[in-house]
Design a protein around this ligand. Structure first.
Ligand code: HEC
Length: 196
């Protein structure tokens, strides 16, 4: 009997390629949550339940495309943990259980701006108010070669949002990263000064 020449058969080559791809897809997407429950179950952890106002904030975050510039995932890299920490306390890497109450996921892939996964509590809600109204008026200014002072931020202004919308958005931003009590005061006690 003549053996089929696989390389000459388009159907067999395509089938073989698909099978190899399928093994990879199943092993990386379907098997992990079956083996490790923490992908979808928060277990003992007390995960924040979003209020009505925070849910409205999530809808605004989604509609304004904040995810195009901001990620929400601190990776297990020293540079990430240091950069997104708070007053020399390193930010713990994000864990899957922290997201179980999220219906919209804003993990993101691009960091034009900083990661926001641990930004809750980093600034007061008044700071966010001023920042959303006019990001370029915040933070450092630097002198450009032609002598003019330029503002450092390239974040667009969201001053066209109504005052209530900015409050809702801020309420949501202040929840980010708060499932873990990771910020510590000078005596090492956990801080949970959750500003509304
Ligand atoms: C075009 C890109 C871009 C978009 C869109 C954008 N941002 Fe930003 N964002 C930045 C940059 C750059 C910074 C850093 C400079 C600054 O603080 O303004 C920043 C900073 C921030 C900070 C302060 C983070 C920190 O740790 O200091 C917050 C909070 C924030 N953005 C929230 C938002 C929200 C909410 C939206 C959507 C309504 C949004 N951003 C949309 C680029 C963007």
């Amino acid at each position: 009997m003549k053996k089929p020449d696989i390389e000459k058969s388009l159907i067999l080559t395509a089938l073989g390629a698909f099978l190899i791809f399928a093994v990879g897809a199943v092993m990386t997407t379907i098997v992990p949550p079956m083996v490790d429950k923490s992908f979808w179950d928060a277990g003992e952890h007390d995960v924040h339940e979003y209020t009505e106002q925070e849910l409205r904030g999530i809808a605004i975050y989604k509609s304004q495309g904040c995810v195009y510039c901001h990620t929400q995932q601190v990776r297990k890299l020293a540079s990430d943990q240091r950069r997104y920490g708070w007053r020399l306390v390193e930010a713990p890497a994000s864990e899957s259980w922290e997201y179980v109450n999220d219906k919209d996921h804003f993990l993101g892939t691009k960091r034009t701006g900083p990661d926001l996964a641990r930004v809750g509590g980093k600034y007061s809600s008044e700071w966010h108010w001023a920042h959303f109204k006019d990001p370029r008026n915040m933070g450092e200014k630097f002198e450009s070669p032609n002598g003019a002072y330029q503002s450092a931020s390239i974040m667009p202004s969201f001053k066209y949002l109504s005052d209530d919308e900015i409050k809702d958005l801020t309420a949501y931003i202040q929840t980010l990263g708060r499932n873990k009590n990771w910020r510590k005061d000078a005596d090492g006690n956990p801080l949970n000064d959750y500003e509304q």
